[in-house]
Design a protein around this ligand. Structure first.
Ligand SMILES: [Zn+2]
Ligand SMILES: [Zn+2]
Length: 182
């Protein structure tokens, strides 16, 4: 994919965020502040102050807005949903090389909350996916019992499972058993 490392990183973050939702996973993995703190640590969301219940509420709402972009029925709807999200996000680009990362652009405004940080950086990354006309890479897993979202980074855009080792493999085994029975 023609995306820089920090774009790819932000896309992985938004995928992880959406997959914490009970609609995409099997339970709400952002159920309390400890969950949010773990997520912020895991995804190395920088410049975040002490987290509050309001942060949790905002991130959960944002998670739903991002999920709606991934599951939009068509490209035009994805664009309009992402525009709504970006329209209510303060964005201030700045170059940084914090914590030993190579030089990259942050989009969140100074003093941004964790939800604003995620909305800005992940929102811009998704905007680039749409601009590059790669919207169809934003996918939901094809396994019947899995609703995880993922970004298909394969060259020929052929990936259909969130994880080939788990969902993909499970389906292959089921198909193999079905064939043997037939
Ligand atoms: Zn950074
Ligand atoms: Zn899956």
């Amino acid at each position: 994919m023609p995306f820089s490392h920090d774009m790819v990183y932000s896309l992985a973050t938004v995928v992880d965020l959406i997959n914490t939702s009970p609609e995409a996973g099997d339970h709400d993995a952002l159920a309390d502040l400890a969950d949010l703190e773990a997520f912020v640590r895991l995804r190395r969301v920088s410049g975040v102050a002490a987290l509050t219940p309001q942060d949790l509420a905002e991130v959960v709402e944002l998670r739903q807005a991002f999920h709606a972009v991934f599951t939009a029925p068509d490209r035009a709807t994805a664009i309009s949903r992402l525009n709504t999200l970006l329209g209510r996000t303060r964005i201030t680009p700045s170059l940084t090389d914090h914590d030993g990362f190579p030089l990259h652009v942050h989009y969140f405004a100074p003093g941004a909350s964790v939800a604003e940080h995620l909305a800005a950086d992940c929102g811009v990354a998704l905007a680039h996916v749409l601009v590059e006309d790669e919207w169809e890479r934003l996918r939901t897993c094809a396994a019947p019992d899995c609703s995880h979202v993922f970004v298909d980074e394969s060259r020929n855009r052929s990936r259909v499972y969130c994880d080939s080792r788990t969902c993909g493999n499970r389906i292959h085994v089921a198909a193999y058993r079905a064939r043997r029975k037939a």
